[in-house]
Design a protein around this ligand. Structure first.
Ligand SMILES: [Zn+2]
Length: 268
């Protein structure tokens, strides 16, 4: 990219980035993900609302919903130590090499909830659950699923190199300020650290009343009062998260112009 082109890219014009949706089924064609075009569009509409401030628009055409058979890619690995994670990553990264370079590959699974993506170059895809499995809170027989409409938007943050605002530390150990940007997985790579977003003890540390409270200042088990970053897109609050901090925005911009597996989205 020339300097002039770079300047244009960094200025106000909106960059359109298409996604390619990959509907998984098992090796024998059974258990296809139930994902539908309308559900993909609903997720994208919310994402575009959130990412408008970054001058990014994610697009989707009906021709960009393809079907692939792979039991492995159709299944979320069981837990953090499951060796299937690495096999999933390697297989999915290979699949990405076969998809158009200028489209974000979004895999839709039949099995497992939650989404994930990862460090540019290391994880070059987004893996999403079926819409009906993307429930806020636990899905059970008595409670209807309330789909997490921010899930794809949040996963795009991971895809562009952002980590969570919340770490894996216990509730009482959660710190209120992110001192170096990396200790609480604020960024997943060695890019400039995020220092302008408080780390978050995580929604799991809060009671229902705290989550619903209007003042949104909560007491940690350590006794400290704290206001979690409810609205940060990389936080764990699906119903309120919708924006990135300035530092996070800068990381996304940097990733888009410097990281090989993301640059190709907007280069000829
Ligand atoms: Zn996440």
């Amino acid at each position: 990219m020339t300097t002039a082109a770079l300047a244009v890219f960094l200025s106000a014009c909106t960059t359109e980035i298409p996604i390619i949706a990959i509907q998984m089924a098992d090796d024998d064609g059974s258990n296809p993900s139930s994902i539908e075009e309308s559900e993909i569009r609903e997720w994208l509409e919310v994402a575009n609302d959130h990412w408008d401030a970054q001058d990014l628009e994610f697009t989707f055409s009906d021709n960009d919903l393809i079907q692939i058979k792979s039991t492995r890619l159709n299944t979320k690995p069981q837990d953090a130590n499951d060796p299937q994670w690495e096999l999933y990553r390697l297989t999915a990264n290979y699949l990405v090499t076969l998809t158009p370079a200028n489209k974000i590959p979004v895999i839709f699974r039949a099995r497992g909830n939650t989404s994930w993506s990862g460090i540019p170059g290391h994880t070059n895809y987004i893996s999403m659950p079926a819409y009906k499995n993307a429930c806020i809170g636990k899905q059970n027989k008595n409670k209807e699923c309330e789909p997490d409409e921010s899930l794809l938007s949040h996963a795009l943050g991971h895809y562009f190199g952002l980590g969570h605002t919340f770490g894996s530390a216990g509730c009482s150990a959660a710190n209120q300020e992110n001192t170096d940007g990396d200790s609480t997985t604020m960024t997943m790579n060695s890019l400039a650290p995020v220092t302008d977003t408080s780390s978050d003890p995580g929604i799991g540390c809060l009671s229902e009343e705290q989550i619903e409270s209007q003042d949104r200042t909560v007491t940690l088990t350590s006794g400290e009062r704290f206001r979690p970053p409810w609205r940060n897109l990389m936080s764990g609050y699906p119903t309120t998260r919708n924006r990135l901090s300035d530092d996070q925005s800068e990381i996304v911009e940097e990733v888009l112009i410097t990281q090989a597996w993301r640059k190709r989205l907007h280069e000829d």
